[in-house]
Design a protein around this ligand. Sequence first.
Ligand SMILES: *Cc1c(COP(=O)(O)O)cnc(C)c1O
Length: 384
Amino acid sequence: MVGEGTRAVGAGVPEGEAYAAPVPGPTFAAHFHLPGDPAVAPYAYGRQGNPTWTALEAAVAELEAPGEADAAAVVFPSGMAATTAVLFSLLRPGDVAVLPSDGYQLLPRARERLEGFGVVVRTAPTGADAQLAAIDEGVRLVWVETPSNPGLDVCDIRRLAEAAHARGALLVVDNTLATPLGQRPLALGADLSVASGTKALNGHGDVLLGYVAARDPALAAAVRAWRTETGAIIGPMEAWLAHRGIATLQLRVERQGATALAVARALRARPEVSGVRYPGLPEDPGHEVAARQMRHFGCVVSFTLPDRGYAERFLAALRLVSDATSFGGVRSTAERRARWGGDEVPEGFVRLSVGIEDAEDLVADLHAALDAAGDVSSGAARAT
Ligand SMILES: *Cc1c(COP(=O)(O)O)cnc(C)c1O
């Protein structure tokens, strides 16, 4: 099997044909020429399928499950479209689902909607034995996020897959933070790997994207049918841009992971910074499990500053890191997460996404901004 850089650059790219573009451009079509029986047509109507999605889906399936011919991916216009496609196509009234209590901030909204349709939802924090304890005979679907956003807690995918399967439940992993190069949930036993490709997979901060990957063609078909029937489809331009971004995924995850580790170490050395989390740090509480199941530890570092004002002064004083949400892009971003109100985090909690800038420059910028944030009287922090 080829290395991951080779795989990323070739993923979903067709065999070269004389005088054809190396990667076909986006196909803009609401409908396709359709003689005869639609059941045998590869493309008929734009809500059902498009060659640009097919290429992107082949790329994602190749990354999530290399060399597995039966694996398939289904792309969506956002991570939440992919998430809700799984939850609402696979759960029925009366089913029991287990969701993380500390996962992506919109999961509680999805929970309310599921409960409105008669699904019973339990929650458990990431990585705790509570997650295993919540899986009993009645459970149909277990959803985990590892590492979790924004707390960066880690759970053992293989153990949870075994526990879920022993009780007839499906295990779904949100693989957004790790990317398929960082972690391959399907190989660890998960039934579905779901992600927001908006983040590191696309990596350029210019496209929203979601996907669901599965080894079992029946599961992929159920999710694809949901997409066709609800109409939650991605545009061909977005699909093509995302596919273009995947070519550099290996370069980006390697560089961003190495810089994130250097940044986490620098932050740990500062007295005003507490609770530094990065699964790649040997001292991190999640490191042991992360090291067993991840190849790259991602680009997100989280930490806590003394209070809200301190964090705001720090963010305002950064020169290379913009105050913005989302993560995984080539340009570094950071935000005070409590401003959204959805996560259970301290007021001074910062989620930092490390980009591809030079590590020394980023570390110097973080030090300077921390100095400025601590030095309230100088007024430096307001001089943005
Ligand atoms: C961003 C995110 C989502 C939602 O993805 P969108 O593309 O914003 O809809 C889901 N899960 C995790 C872990 C995320 O970070």
